[in-house]
Design a binder for this molecule. Sequence first.
Ligand SMILES: [Zn+2]
Length: 587
Amino acid sequence: MLPSPPDVAGSRRRRRGRAGRGDWRVTGAGEQGGGQAPAQVRPAEHGTAQQDGDEGGEPTLRRRLLAKTKAGRLAAFGRDHPMASTNDDVRKPPDGDNHPGEYLRMDLDHDACSRAIELHDARFDGRFFTAVKTTGTYCRPACPARTPRSENVTFYPTAAAAQEAGFRPCLRCRPETAPDTGAWRGTSSTVSRALALIELGALDEGSVDALAGRLGLGERQLRRLCRQHLGASPVAVAQTRRVLLAKQLIHETFLPMTEIAFAAGFGSIRRFNETFLALFGRAPCALRRGSGPEISANPGGDISLLLRYQPPYDWPGMLAFLRLRAIPGIERVVESCYSRTIQLEGLQGIVSIRPAEDNALRARIRFPKLSALPVIIARLRRVFDLAADPLPISAHLAKDPALAPLVATRPGLRVPGAWDGFELAIRAVLGQQITVPAAVRLAGRLVARHGEPLAEPDRDLTHVFLRPEALALADLTTLGMPRSRAATLSAVAAAIVADPDLFSVSRGLDEAIQQLQSIRGVGEWTAHYIALRQLREPDAFPAADVGLMRALADLEGRRRSSRELVGRADQWRPWRAYAAQHLWASL
Ligand SMILES: [Zn+2]
């Protein structure tokens, strides 16, 4: 089930206070030496939005921080590493940021991780990174290079943590190709939201302070949380993303370096070159293997690249979900490929996704502005739920006898996300009290009458979804739906025009639900459905959904009310969204 390198002797599971609630850790066999309990990567008690434990852990956290000494850093980094020489007299144990000793709090059991890299165990891919002091690089667990000696390595929970500690990505195992489950660790939901916003570009132009503000935190609090859960600062997370995307584009495309610089989100060629020189000691182009002519993405902006995920992945399930809901003119599913039109910053494009080898999806992105690539990738990762780690979800949900067979049938099931919050909200409203095919037909009519035509249509992809401004002004009375439904559509459009952040991931589940329900005509079901697919809240659960009630009645032979369903679903927390998806898929 969960990855478990065999024969991990002597590794210990640390006792933790509330500070560690929701941390990921690589744990070993029990202290009593029973020897049978395998090491496993597992989430600790999963905090929900209400019980992050972010604040409650402060006293314990501080004690632990203060306990970190120069000796501790020596143990973590070795005598030769620059981090080890940090003088305690100069760098006081902090209450905030940038303290190297804080890395010690990463709950990565050294012995268990050592064992995993000795076995080149690919199942740990993306779950931790190995920094090698002798080479200055950081690696994936299955790096083909000779396994470094245990005393020469430090394990980090994220690539950003390793990179911030001064290590560079290995050129052999290419850490940029590890599945990126950073935004989804079942850790702090606040950190997950911060990561989602960073992925969507929050730090490209905005400051850490502004990001913290959007999350309702102070800047120091955000830094502390990121340090605690990711081992890195928010800025390091953003920078590492850029470097790894650039590296991926160098290896996987023939784009000229100037285009890669912009496509990866570097503000200038100079910054791009400097960053790579500092990290690798050579120019970016020197990292490209093999020779071939450079192929510019212009003018169409055509880029093809791989999006990795943590296996397993239920692609047929994802495709079936999208096929059933594909809006004519906007989306298309042909054989194993999903395509859709997109609109960003007033520009139009098309993305196509199909399964590829080695736990990846192949994305073909046609968009005229290269610098939008990171945002397009981030949105695709949300649509296809690529940050999810299915193993712990399955393990948790399978504890329920009703869900166990569903989980066994679809162990890689994902919750399909939304490309755009407004579009999803409109879909949700259109779907109120009618069947999915009927809602799709209405959406198709809406797009055909009020959507923007695609400047260069691609066969049956003819439009982009309409903007809120257009919908707010549109006459919806002729579409063939109840007057109240049309009024709700207009109200949703007006609400997002008034608050463009309405569907942003910055809000917690409860706040988001409350905010959405304040729109006229948006009830609890619609709000939860939006939270589930657009806000990607793993614990969202539209309990009033008739499909859910029917699916559970089929499984248990007893129909429940919506209120009873909420009680029944309690044991599925914090992954009720996945439980819901399993139930829908079973119908
Ligand atoms: Zn490596």
